[in-house]
Design a protein around this ligand. Structure first.
Ligand code: CMP
Length: 140
C-alpha cells in the first residue's frame, strides 16, 4: 500500500468539548501518524477560501460561520493509504449514517457539527495541506 499524507481538521464542536485527545487516539489506532499539528482560529476569509468548492451550496455561510466559531486543530496525517484510512475512521459525513466505531458516530452532533474533516482524494489532500502547512512544518 502506498505511503500517503492526508489533511485533517478537528472542528470547533469537538475542540470545545475537549475531544482532541480522544479523536487523535482513534486516528493513531487506525494506523495514522500525526506528522504536523496546530491549534488555530480561522477567520471568515480563510474558511471561505478553504471551503470554496462549497461556495454555491445553501449551507456555505453557516458552515463558514461554524468553522470560525472557535478553535480548530489542523493536522497532517501520514500512513499507508492514509486518505482512505482517514475517511474510514471518520465515518459518514452525516453522523446518522456513520458506522459504529467511527469518530463521527462517537462524537458528531449533527451534519454541520460533525467533529472532523478529512481530504477526499490525494490531490485535494495536497491542496488542503498547503492551505495551512509548509513542507518544513511536516516532520515524518
Ligand atoms: P466536511 O467534510 O468538512 O465538508 C463540508 C462540510 O459541510 C461537511 O463536512 C459538513 O460538516 C458540512 N455540511 C453542512 N451541510 C451539509 C450538507 N447538506 N451536505 C454535506 N455537507 C454539509
Amino acid at each position: 500500500m502506498p505511503l500517503e499524507r492526508t489533511f485533517s481538521i478537528i472542528k470547533p464542536d469537538a475542540v470545545e468539548r475537549n475531544k482532541i485527545g480522544e479523536i487523535t487516539a482513534m486516528l493513531e489506532a487506525a494506523g495514522l501518524r500525526i506528522v504536523a499539528s496546530k491549534r488555530i482560529l480561522l477567520n471568515h476569509d480563510k474558511a471561505a477560501e478553504f471551503y470554496a468548492v462549497h461556495s454555491d451550496k445553501p449551507f456555505f455561510k453557516s458552515l463558514c460561520d461554524f468553522m470560525c466559531s472557535g478553535p480548530i486543530v489542523v493536522q497532517v496525517l501520514e500512513g499507508d493509504n492514509a486518505v482512505q484510512r482517514n475517511r474510514d475512521v471518520m465515518g459518514a459525513t452525516n453522523p446518522e449514517e456513520a458506522s459504529e466505531g467511527t469518530i463521527r458516530k462517537e462524537f458528531a452532533l449533527s451534519l454541520e457539527k460533525n467533529s472532523v474533516h478529512g481530504s477526499d482524494s490525494l490531490k485535494n489532500a495536497e491542496i488542503e495541506i498547503s492551505h495551512f502547512f509548509t513542507q518544513e512544518d511536516i516532520i515524518s
